[in-house]
Design a protein around this ligand. Structure first.
Ligand SMILES: *[C@@H]1O[C@H](CO)[C@@H](O)[C@H](O)[C@H]1NC(C)=O
Length: 171
C-alpha cells in the first residue's frame, strides 16, 4: 500500500497533467543509439522526454525475430531476463504515432509493466530515486508463437550486439 501511494505521488510529480503525458518503456530500436531513435526526436511525431533508465521488475523474454531482426518483448513473465531499457514520457500525439508505428494491436500490444528505476536523470528537477518502482506502458508482441520461446533471450537490446542480428528497416 505504502509503495503504491509513493508511486502515485511520483507519477503526479512527473506527469502534472496525468492524462496528457504517458510514461512508456522502450527496450528496442526506439532507445537512444538505436536505429529508430530519430523517430522519438522528431517533433512531427509528437513529444518524448527521457526520464530514466530502468529494468523490468519481472523477468521477460526479449527475443529477436523475423527477417528484419525485430526485437520483441514476450508477455511471458518469469522467463528470460530482467530487461533493461529507457523510460520516456510522451504526449498523446507521440503515443498515437507509436501505436501506429508498432502496428498496435496487430503486431504489438500495449500493456502495463512494472519497472525498477536504474538512475534518475540528474538534470531534472523531479529526479526519480534509483531503485524506485514505476508502472509504464510497454509494447509486447501480440501473438507469442511457441517457437519464439525457443529463441535466445537478451537482457539489453543492441542492434549491433554480438548476436549479429542487425535490425533491417522493413519496407
Ligand atoms: C505533442 O507535441 C508535439 C510537438 O511539440 C505538438 O506538435 C503536439 O501538438 C503535442 N500534442 C498534444 C496532444 O499536445
Amino acid at each position: 500500500m505504502k509503495g503504491s501511494i509513493i508511486l502515485s505521488i511520483i507519477v503526479s510529480v512527473i506527469c502534472p497533467v496525468v492524462h496528457m503525458w504517458t510514461p512508456v518503456f522502450m527496450y528496442g530500436t526506439l532507445k537512444k543509439g538505436q536505429p529508430n531513435y530519430f523517430r522519438m526526436e522528431d517533433t512531427a511525431n509528437g513529444e518524448a522526454e527521457f526520464i530514466a533508465c530502468a529494468r523490468t521488475v519481472e523477468k521477460y523474454p526479449l527475443v529477436i525475430d523475423t527477417e528484419y531482426n525485430i526485437p520483441f518483448l514476450l508477455n511471458v513473465p518469469g522467463k528470460g531476463h530482467h530487461v533493461y531499457g529507457e523510460i520516456y514520457r510522451v504526449n498523446q500525439t507521440m503515443l498515437d504515432f507509436l501505436d501506429k508505428f508498432e502496428e498496435c494491436p496487430e503486431w504489438y500490444q500495449r500493456i502495463k509493466i512494472q519497472l525498477e528505476v536504474q538512475d534518475g536523470d540528474g538534470e531534472r528537477e523531479n529526479k526519480l530515486e534509483s531503485g524506485s518502482i514505476m508502472e509504464t506502458e510497454v509494447y509486447v508482441k501480440t501473438k507469442c508463437e511457441p517457437e519464439l520461446l525457443q529463441k535466445p533471450t537478451y537482457e539489453r537490446y543492441d542492434t549491433n550486439g554480438d548476436h549479429g542480428l542487425k535490425y533491417k528497416e522493413p519496407e
